[in-house]
Design a protein around this ligand. Structure first.
Ligand SMILES: Cc1ncc(COP(=O)(O)O)c(C=O)c1O
Length: 394
């Protein structure tokens, strides 16, 4: 096919507003010093708590009307959670284990939002008994289920929002389509459920602020329909998605905040505004350190096996996210297939990743800005140990 024909068939790529606002990450020298001092036993995530603190302050400064409710799933380490508590964050939970963790740290139950759209009846009963007030719903069945367990539950409706330009899309599995919203509102009104809010998720690591604008525009429409049905909207939850810097350019939190703050003028003071940042508050604070177990050449292709792969915490690469990766080698870069240590063929971290050609058994791998969705994902699959989490700062 002639080259021009190929080009003509390509769909235009969306243009996102990007900026070069300075981002602060855990200092690499401190990572090396920590390793030299403490040695290496198994994969470890090193977290600088001062950066978690600074990121939370920065989020709050950029979005003064929005109270962050940290998505515990991004990094449930208690030392991280304690810093977030001190910085005035609330929390969103996916399960009752996360609820118990927060309660054990003294978080007031009123600051915990149950944002998993599909909750078992047993989990709902447990959360209700502990006093959780707010529950997400995104379908008629869940409205009825929540109402039947806790008659006075306050509910917020998760609606579908565009995930264009998000490195880890979340659309499809959850979020009521706008066509389905009227039926959900009618069902809530009919059973006298206190459906009082709207939320959406623009997709994780979202590089396209326009997604928030569309979500907020849809929320306004849903609020209008709720009022018509006699419901009393009081909560707008802007969800997660705020990105951190890896290899691609990204909009800073201030750029995203410009848009959100402008749109927030359409929401009156009776509406409480929260958001659920996960990645943004913790990613830059962490370096994930693992080690090369061995290398091989298979059919002219170089393979490298790490002691932590898809099941050991390095999973986000499977959806295309790319980290900045450092090593102590400086050989000419070659295309490596990188895999984890398990016997499972799914355990391939990256294919054709350019890394120094002289990497070999025993070398350390340093993955930058890996404080979110790494250790939180890890399992003992194939008998490999969970990674450690170590902290510096306070
Ligand atoms: C309901 C909910 N809220 C918030 C988040 C956090 O998203 P992020 O880490 O992209 O900010 C997630 C992530 O999956 C989520 O499922």
């Amino acid at each position: 096919m002639p080259r021009s024909a190929t080009v003509k068939n390509l769909r235009p790529q969306p243009q996102f507003p990007l900026d070069t606002h300075p981002e602060v990450s855990l200092d690499f020298d401190r990572v090396k010093k920590h390793l030299a001092k403490h040695g290496y036993k198994k994969p470890v995530l090193l977290i600088d708590l001062d950066i978690v603190r600074a990121k939370t302050k920065r989020f709050r400064a950029a979005l003064p009307r929005v109270r962050p409710h940290f998505a515990v799933k991004a990094n449930p380490d208690p030392r991280v959670l304690k810093v977030l508590i001190q910085e005035g964050s609330g929390f969103e939970i996916a399960s009752i284990a996360e609820l118990d963790l927060l309660l054990s740290l003294g978080v007031p139950v009123a600051e915990i939002f149950y944002s998993n759209p599909m909750k078992s009846r047993a989990y709902l009963e447990y959360a209700a008994a502990k006093g959780v007030e707010w529950y997400v719903v995104d379908c008629v069945e869940e409205v009825v289920k929540v109402k039947s367990v806790k008659a006075d539950a306050k509910m917020y409706l998760r609606i579908d929002a565009p995930n264009i330009g998000s490195d880890w899309p979340l659309a499809g599995k959850f979020g009521a389509h706008m066509n389905d919203v009227p039926e959900i509102i009618l069902a809530a009104a009919a059973c006298q459920a206190d459906l009082a809010g709207v939320t959406f998720h623009v997709g994780s690591q979202c590089l396209n602020p326009e997604n928030w604008r569309v979500g907020m525009e849809r929320a306004r429409k849903v609020f209008a329909s709720m009022r018509t049905a006699g419901l009393k909207p009081r909560l707008l939850n802007l969800g997660g998605g705020y990105p951190v810097r890896h290899v691609k350019p990204m909009p800073s939190i201030e750029t995203i905040a410009d848009l959100i703050n402008r749109e927030l003028r359409h929401f009156g003071p009776e509406i409480q505004i929260i958001a659920e940042p996960g990645r943004y508050l913790v990613s830059d604070a962490g370096y994930f350190i693992c080690r090369v177990v061995g290398t091989a050449t298979r059919n002219d292709q170089r393979w490298m096996y790490w002691d932590a792969g898809v099941f050991g915490g390095v999973i986000e690469t499977t959806e295309g996210l790319r980290y900045n990766i450092y090593t102590d080698r400086d050989g000419e870069p070659v295309a490596w297939n990188v895999a984890g240590p398990t016997c499972d063929s799914v355990d391939v971290v990256m294919r054709d990743e350019l890394l120094p050609g002289d990497l070999q058994e025993g070398d350390f791998i340093f993955i930058k800005n890996a404080g979110a969705y790494t250790t939180a994902y890890a399992s003992n699959f194939n008998g490999f140990p969970l990674p450690d989490v170590a902290t510096i700062g306070s």
